[in-house]
Write a protein that binds this ligand. Structure first.
Ligand SMILES: NC(=O)c1ccc[n+]([C@@H]2O[C@H](COP(=O)([O-])OP(=O)(O)OC[C@H]3O[C@@H](n4cnc5c(N)ncnc54)[C@H](O)[C@@H]3O)[C@@H](O)[C@H]2O)c1
Length: 247
């Protein structure tokens, strides 16, 4: 479904991002994954190559909170592969700190990586895609962007912002044939969820109509759809992938 497309996936070293990278490779894309450091990026690439050594995948590790570094990395991808068709802004951090212990630094940290980094990557990517006559940007939002979260207030706030950024960019970039969408995963079995208090995860999981947490592959399937031509007239959408969870 993505034959010869060139994709960048941030936070592609593990969890949902790794599943997206693998899904895109399985469907014929060339993928550059952005990790937070060289070791984790290299490890993810080695693990993917071990599965299929014909897959065209490489790792980069710009500091996503530094606009210049992100721009340079995106331009390097364009330089090396000749184009950029798909940008997936997936890297993110979560917090569940109670408000009374929450610091302004905690708040800024989550906004920097979950929101500002998307803007830093979307800007150079959109310029490239406009020149090429189109492309698509997909952001990872969250179920909490709809229902909020009792704790770690910066995290749900950042995901509400992701939705706002997504819908607004979709409206602005539609004429340039750049589609912009977001996926809002529910509880998904990754390290991020493993780091949350067990009671919180159990309470949420108990209310999921499909009776189970999602897998990274469940979520990656939706990323494949939105990146493909099957979604040629879908933009500005926040697609829930949450087993029907509506709290
Ligand atoms: N797991 C869930 O239940 C769930 C639910 C809703 C949304 N999400 C979202 O899905 C996305 C992926 O989360 P996950 O569950 O796979 O988590 P994860 O912790 O397993 O992976 C997060 C990824 O982001 C990268 N990352 C974090 N900080 C970074 C930084 N400063 N620079 C570069 N990369 C950085 C990590 O290297 C990693 O690859 C996040 O945006 C998260 O908010 C997850």
């Amino acid at each position: 479904m993505l034959k010869d497309k060139v994709a960048v996936v941030t936070g592609g070293t593990r969890g949902i991002g790794y599943a997206i990278v693998k899904k895109y490779l399985e469907n014929g894309a060339k993928v550059v994954l952005f990790g937070s450091k060289k070791e984790t990026a290299d490890k993810a690439v080695a693990s993917l190559k071990a599965e299929n050594n014909t897959w065209q995948v490489e790792g980069m590790y710009p500091d996503l909170t530094n606009a210049k570094e992100v721009e340079t990395a995106i331009m390097d991808v364009k330089e090396k592969y000749g184009k950029l068709d798909i940008l997936v802004n997936n890297a993110g951090i979560s917090q569940s700190i109670p408000l009374y212990d929450y610091t302004p630094e905690d708040f800024s940290k989550v906004m920097d990586i979950n929101v500002n980094a998307i803007f830093y990557a979307a800007l150079p990517a959109a310029k490239i895609m406009k020149e090429e006559g189109g492309g698509c940007i997909i952001n990872t939002s969250s179920m909490v962007s709809i229902i909020g979260q009792p704790g770690g207030v910066g995290y749900p706030t950042s995901k509400f912002a992701v939705n706002g950024l997504t819908i607004s960019l979709a409206r602005e970039l539609g004429r340039d044939k750049i589609r912009v969408n977001a996926i809002a995963p529910g509880v998904t079995e990754t390290d991020m969820v493993a780091a949350l208090p067990k009671e919180v995860v159990e309470a949420i999981s108990a209310q999921i109509p499909m009776g189970r947490a999602g897998t990274p592959d469940d979520v990656a399937n939706a990323f494949l759809f939105l990146a493909s031509d099957q979604a040629s007239y879908v933009t500005g959408e926040i697609l829930s992938v949450d087993g029907g969870a509506r709290f």
